[in-house]
Design a protein around this ligand. Sequence first.
Ligand code: PLP
Length: 397
Amino acid sequence: MFLSKRVQAVQPSPTLAIDAKAKALKAQGVDVISFGAGEPDFNTPQNIKDAGIDAINKNFTRYCPVAGTLDLKKAIVNKLKRDNGLEYIPEEIIVSCGAKHSLYNLFQAILDDGDEIIIPAPYWVSYPDMAILAGAKPVIIPADDKNGFKITAQSVQKVITAKTKAIVINSPSNPTGATYSSGELKAIAEVCVKNKILMISDEIYEKLVYDNFKFSSTASVLPEAKNYTVVINGVSKAYAMTGWRIGYAAGPREIITAMAKIQSQSTSNPTSISMKASVEALNGPQDEVEKMRAEFEKRRDYIHERLNKIEGISCSKPSGAFYVFPDISKLLGKTFGAKVINTDSEFAQYLLETAKIAVVPGSAFGADGYMRLSYATSLELIKEGMDRLEKTVKQMI
Ligand code: PLP
């Protein structure tokens, strides 16, 4: 009775829901293997934890500047220069409670009722709902598995209207693991700059790339691109810091200032202790990042190979993030046990109930007939999970 139309128009995050269900089953003693998690299974590196503990002991526990401490903003400025060749000043940076929060602030800061925002599918679940919460209309461009789940400059050009305000680019992608080369980004950026469209470049999986892929930030692919890009990044995925809740945005000062205004009226500053730990993450030694990346690459190779050996499943090889996104459409319409499975959601439900493995259905990401598996779990569990999946699929008629 009291709920707004706005909140009724959005869905709770389905990925968090699957993960919660798997965790609840585990808590009841059920031996569930979860491929649902969107977070590294590694612990935060010790030097980063120590910086957090030190912050507490030094009583760095009070309110801070709304858009983040100057030392963290400077560490982000350095990171963007070192890793991406980008020049920003601290006033062009905002630190938020996770990249998700930066994105939320950004959508609120730039979107008006009726504005259109282009979102390639398969998409990270939160983009369309955040757009709807801001009153805007998500315009979805489907990206084909055959094209490596990537959209092209031409497909962007086709959907642009007078109402188009922004586009979301997420490379490496959640859920597909697709990565865009600098040339591919450049072609898209040319269309966006020409049409004065803001590029929201979610680069949270930047550090998790494989096969020697060279990551490029969207803001760096054209000289004019920086003025039309807001870079979104954070420490969650690269440094195994999901619970610390630190993300950031870098972009044109006017937009960053507007985001800070929204943040000042909602959360205020991100956690002081987490900001100190994040300074250490960005400025400290980076070898733990490489160790985690190398381990993810091994797991990717293994899970990709196993999935393709299962009849009825075919899986493209992702080049980034920690997800695989296999096509399961050939399994739909088949009978499993006494049950006909018609949709990816029913398949995911069936896998959880019978094989005790948790996956997220592709439809949650705007791609029916697929499922997302996160390999941010040990090789041993991945092996056991693949054995269970293989056995279940073999029983279909
Ligand atoms: N963007 C993408 C594509 C993600 O997958 C996630 C987390 O799952 C985020 C942003 C948010 O990350 P965080 O809020 O932990 O920084």
